[in-house]
Every structure is written in structure tokens, then in C-alpha cells.
Design a protein around this ligand. Structure first.
Ligand code: FAD
Length: 539
């Protein structure tokens, strides 16, 4: 089986980085994008377009620019840390231009069907059917397929879970339909669902509405984009040191995070507190929810029991009368409408990428994850791994071993769970590292300590940015060391709009050094207890 021609479906962030991964491996990508432009979700649409993800007008990315950057393309220093959707699109355009990706993209061309060729078992080939906006149909044969169509395009609207909704005389819609709060002025609005979309919409709408009620079944931990000392929270928290501490001391880490969250505002007092611990689920990121709750603009409510015309009855017996609008922020369905595979193939995805039941492995899904970090760098690693599998440079485990791994390692693989709820969630750094190991680009911190201690310190204690996966191995980038050592400069740059004289306040690197030595001490203690004490009990 020789793979040369690869179909890439979708030109959002995952599709763009997949085209680049193909080119880097000497493959011939042909990318089909149903819209007229790149950017996927981040190309704002005045009116939501069926079959495509949508963002609302004021959306600002939760991930900071360094954490969402691709591994060989650091963002411009002057870009804000948490970018508006227009700036995310600008970054993606610069990426596409820099690596000359546009010539490989066929716009306004929808993939309507992907089927295995008659000789699939021997060749792994696929028949891909496309249709252009002016109804021109074409059939292509590809050696492999990368599916990069996102997972925020098919709204999940569970009306049957809300008895009486058919009697509701007001307007209701899914969060996918929302662009801005126009038309919701002075209305009483109930938002159902307390994920990132639900909390964002509740805040956005509460600026013009009479009152907004945010209904949640489970509650959630709420964290902010702005972290300690005002630096982006993901820069502060998504570190290898942090991941190690979470692995060694999970209960302590949970307690530490929950304490910090409650120091910002008491989650119990604010009606937010979930039953699950902090690390069990991705937290909601919202900097404004607490201020909208304290000012009474947003009121937290439990799950809805039923609708009685315009009255909403909650499970605690409370009633909100005369509701005008209900917004269902109830998530999305996982869907690959063009895939004519036996559906069982897509139920178990090894590392969220390869259908474990498919042989030979010539179809992969990229960007089909969620996690406490940004999707882009993980999607990039998925694409780098998938293209190396296609080329036969790396191989997958045996089918039964993949199935066993899928059962045994939650947070590392996709296993369809009926509702689809949370099945995309991965443990961010361990997941990225597992892909990096497969590709051969995992940074070895111990070797780095000997060769380049300054870099090792930043890799181990600094933000786990994607540049780390270009330090070594296939696809090594000579600029990666500099990108890592200058990442905090790019974080600080956009704040320099009014220079204040005087010494800079203590930097994150100082905290990192303390964390580094703290961790080293803990590891020594661990090592002594595990290996030295049993041999020399009096030591
Ligand atoms: P998309 O961006 O959805 O792109 C898919 C592309 O495929 C689209 O261009 C679509 O037109 C095309 N397509 C679909 N079907 C076909 C077909 N049959 N034929 C041809 N083309 C097709 N992630 C983060 O990491 N950080 C964040 O802060 C963050 N914030 C978010 C906020 C919101 C409100 C939402 C909804 C999501 C957010 N995400 C965030 C997740 C976001 O989905 C990813 O960051 C990223 O956009 C996913 O890229 P993608 O390329 O996989 O999918």
C-alpha cells in the first residue's frame, strides 16, 4: 500500500494544519472546503450556515494566543493574548500564506460521500464524491482521507427532555443560532446549559435583557481567562510541572484548584458548585459571569422540570413567570454525514483519530477532541501522526490492543457514549505527549537538563506550548528553542500600551523556578520513599 494522494475535508484550523502536515511528509493533499473561505468556525457568519460551526459576534477565544499557536508559527507579539474571532482568523490567514496552503484548497466544494474503493482491503483507497456550489459533481480516488469537519455544526436540541415545551408561546432556539443580543432587549430569557456557550450567551444577553436565568443540571467550576498576576490563566496552569503534580497528587491538585476558584468567588454561594471535582471535567471559562450574578443580571437556576406555557418550573419547585425566550445551549451531535462506513467504525477512535476497526488505516479524524487546552496544537499533532501512519513510517498497534486501550484509558481515546457527552474530552498534556511519542517528537526533559538547562526549565515549568514538539525528531524546527524562550515576551507585548516606569513586578519565571525546585524536592522525597527506604529502613 503506497499512500500519495490525500483528501483533506474542511479548511478550518484542523484542515489547514492537515494540509501542511501532508506537504511536510511529501504527500499530495487536495483539500475540499464547502464555504468560500478558510477559517471554519472562526470565519464569522452574519447568518449561521447549516452544516457549519458558528460563533457569535463578540466571541473572544478562551485559549491564549501562545497556547493555541501552531508549533512552527508563533503569533505576532502585538496580537492580544485572548483574541477576538477576527484576530484568530487573521492568524490562520497568515499561517496559510506562510506555508503556501491556499493552492491546495478547493473552495465551495462540498464532500458529499466517502466510500471504500472496491479494492480497499489491498489498497486502502477511497472514493470521494464532491459537489460544487454550482452543482458540478465529481468523483475522485484517494489513497487516504483526513476528516477535519469540526464538531460544533450539528446542534443537539433535546426537546423531549423538556415536558411542556410545545406549549411555550415564546421563541426558543439553539445557541448555534445566536449571533448577537439584538431583539432580546428587555426580555426575560432562560438559557439552558452551563457549558462555555451557555455561560457566554447568558452574559452577552444579560447586557440588554430584562433578566437572564441560567439553568444547569450539574453546575460547573468557573475559571477565568485572566490568571495569576493578570497573565493568561492557561499560560499559568497548563504546564508540565502542573501535569506531573496532578498525576502524582490528584486529590491535592483538585483541592488546590477548588480553593483557588472559591477564593475568586464562593461557588456554593453563587449557586455554581458542581458535584464533580475540578479536574473531572473541563471548567467553564468566563471572566464576566460573576459580575453579572452579583449585579443580579444573571440568576443561576437548577434543571428545568417542565414548561407551563410561558412559565418555567425548575426541579427545586421555583417558577419563573412570563419567560419570553429560551436558549438551548445543549451542545452538539457528533456527525460525519458523508461517511458511508459501517457506523461501528466511528464509535471507537484510537487516540480520537483512527477508527480502531478499520484496516488498512487510511482514514483519520483530526480535531475531534476537547480538553482543558486548545484544540489547534493537538489537531496539529494528530495530523502529523496520521500522515506518518499513512506513509508507513509509524504503525498502529494490533486491532485488539487498540480496542483494549480504548476501554482502559479514558482521556486518551474516543468512545461513543450514547449522548456523546464528554466523550471527546482528553487529558490535555498526557494526550499531546502520547501523540508526540508516537511521532518521535516528545521533548526529553532529562536530556535537555544536561544539554540546555535554561530551555529545560522553561519546557518543564513554563506553559506547555506546541513549540516543544518541534525541538527534536521528524519535523524539527530550528526556531523552536527561540520560540519557547521568547513566549513570555509575546505574552507581555500587548500590555505595553502604557509604559509604567519602575522595576517589573516579579515574573512568572521566578514562580517557575520555585515550582521547579519544589517539584524536584517532592520527586526526591518520592524516590527515597519508593526505592531507598525499603532497602535502608533506618535512612
Ligand atoms: P471547524 O473550525 O468547524 O472547521 C470545519 C470546516 O469544515 C469548516 O470550514 C466547514 O465549512 C468545513 N466542512 C464541513 N463539512 C464539510 C464537507 N462535507 N465538505 C467540505 N467542507 C466541509 N477551541 C479552542 O481551542 N480554544 C477556544 O478558545 C475555543 N473557543 C470556542 C468557542 C466557541 C463558541 C466554539 C463553538 C468553539 C470553540 N473552540 C475553541 C473549538 C473550535 O471548534 C476549535 O478551536 C477549532 O475551530 C476547530 O477547528 P476545525 O477545523 O476542527 O473545525
Amino acid at each position: 500500500m503506497v499512500v500519495q494522494r490525500v483528501a483533506v475535508i474542511g479548511a478550518g484550523p484542523s484542515g489547514l494544519t492537515s494540509v501542511k502536515a501532508c506537504l511536510d511528509e511529501g504527500l499530495e493533499p487536495m483539500c475540499f472546503e464547502s464555504s468560500h473561505d478558510i477559517g471554519g468556525l472562526w470565519r464569522y457568519k452574519e447568518k449561521p450556515e447549516p452544516g457549519r460551526a458558528n460563533v457569535y459576534q463578540s466571541v473572544v477565544i478562551n485559549s491564549s494566543k501562545e497556547m493555541m499557536a501552531f508549533s512552527d508559527f508563533p503569533p505576532l507579539p502585538e496580537l492580544p493574548n485572548n483574541m477576538h474571532h477576527t484576530e484568530v482568523l487573521k492568524y490562520l490567514r497568515l499561517y496559510a500564506h506562510k506555508f503556501n496552503l491556499l493552492p491546495y484548497i478547493y473552495f465551495q466544494t462540498t464532500v458529499t460521500s466517502v466510500t471504500q474503493a472496491a479494492d480497499f482491503t489491498g489498497t486502502g483507497r477511497w472514493i470521494v464524491e464532491t459537489e460544487t456550489v454550482d452543482s458540478q459533481r465529481a468523483t475522485h480516488v484517494f489513497d487516504a482521507v483526513l476528516v477535519c469537519t469540526g464538531h460544533f455544526s450539528v446542534p443537539h436540541l433535546p426537546l423531549k427532555d423538556f415536558p411542556g415545551i410545545e406549549s411555550f408561546p415564546g421563541r426558543y432556539f439553539h445557541s448555534w443560532d445566536y449571533c448577537n443580543p439584538t431583539g432580546l432587549e428587555d426580555k426575560t430569557v432562560v438559557v439552558i446549559g452551563f457549558g462555555n456557550s451557555g455561560s457566554d450567551l447568558a452574559v452577552d444577553i444579560s447586557r440588554v435583557a430584562n433578566r437572564v436565568y441560567l439553568s444547569t443540571r450539574t453546575g460547573a467550576w468557573v475559571t477565568c481567562r485572566v490568571g495569576p498576576k493578570g497573565i493568561p490563566a492557561d499560560i499559568a496552569w497548563i504546564t508540565r510541572t502542573g501535569a506531573l503534580m496532578q498525576k502524582l497528587f490528584p486529590s491535592w491538585s483538585n483541592r488546590m484548584f477548588e480553593k483557588k476558584m472559591n477564593e475568586m468567588y464562593d461557588h456554593q454561594l453563587y449557586g455554581l458548585k458542581p458535584k464533580h471535582s475540578f479536574l473531572a471535567q473541563i471548567p467553564v471559562v468566563n471572566d464576566n459571569l460573576a459580575s453579572q450574578i452579583i449585579s443580579g443580571r444573571v440568576r443561576m437556576k437548577p434543571n428545568i422540570k417542565e414548561f407551563r406555557e410561558s412559565n418555567v418550573i425548575f426541579t427545586d419547585g421555583s417558577i419563573v413567570e412570563n419567560v419570553d425566550v429560551v436558549v438551548f445551549a445543549t451542545g452538539y451531535k457528533h456527525s460525519f454525514p458523508f461517511l458511508q462506513l459501517r457506523s461501528a467504525y466511528m464509535l471507537h477512535l484510537y487516540r480520537n483519530v483512527f477508527p480502531a476497526a478499520l484496516s488498512p488505516p487510511t482514514l483519520a479524524v483530526v480535531g475531534f477532541i476537547s480538553g482543558a487546552g486548545s484544540i489547534n496544537p493537538a489537531a496539529e499533532l494528530q495530523a502529523r501522526w496520521a500522515t506518518r501512519i499513512f506513509k508507513g513510517l509509524v504503525s498502529l498497534p494490533k486491532q485488539e490492543d487498540m480496542m483494549k486501550a480504548i476501554e482502559k484509558e479514558p482521556g486518551m481515546h474516543y468512545r461513543f457514549s450514547g449522548s456523546g457527552h464528554n466523550s471527546l474530552q482528553v487529558d490535555f498534556i498526557p494526550y499531546m505527549d502520547s501523540l508526540a511519542h508516537e511521532i518521535g517528537v516528545h521533548p526529553n526533559v532529562l536530556t535537555l537538563c544536561l544539554k540546555d538547562p535554561i530551555l529545560a526549565l522553561e519546557v518543564f515549568t513554563g506553559p506547555c506550548t506546541s513549540y516543544q514538539y518541534r525541538l527534536t525528531g521528524p519535523g524539527r524546527w530550528s526556531g523552536s528553542r527561540n520560540a519557547i524562550l521568547t513566549q513570555m515576551d509575546r505574552v507581555r507585548e500587548p500590555f505595553r500600551t502604557r509604559m509604567v516606569p519602575g522595576p517589573e513586578t516579579s515574573s512568572l519565571s521566578q514562580q517557575n523556578v520555585i515550582m521547579f525546585f519544589g517539584c524536584t524536592a517532592l520527586l526526591c522525597w518520592f524516590f527515597c520513599n519508593m526505592y531507598i527506604r525499603p532497602v535502608f529502613p533506618l535512612w
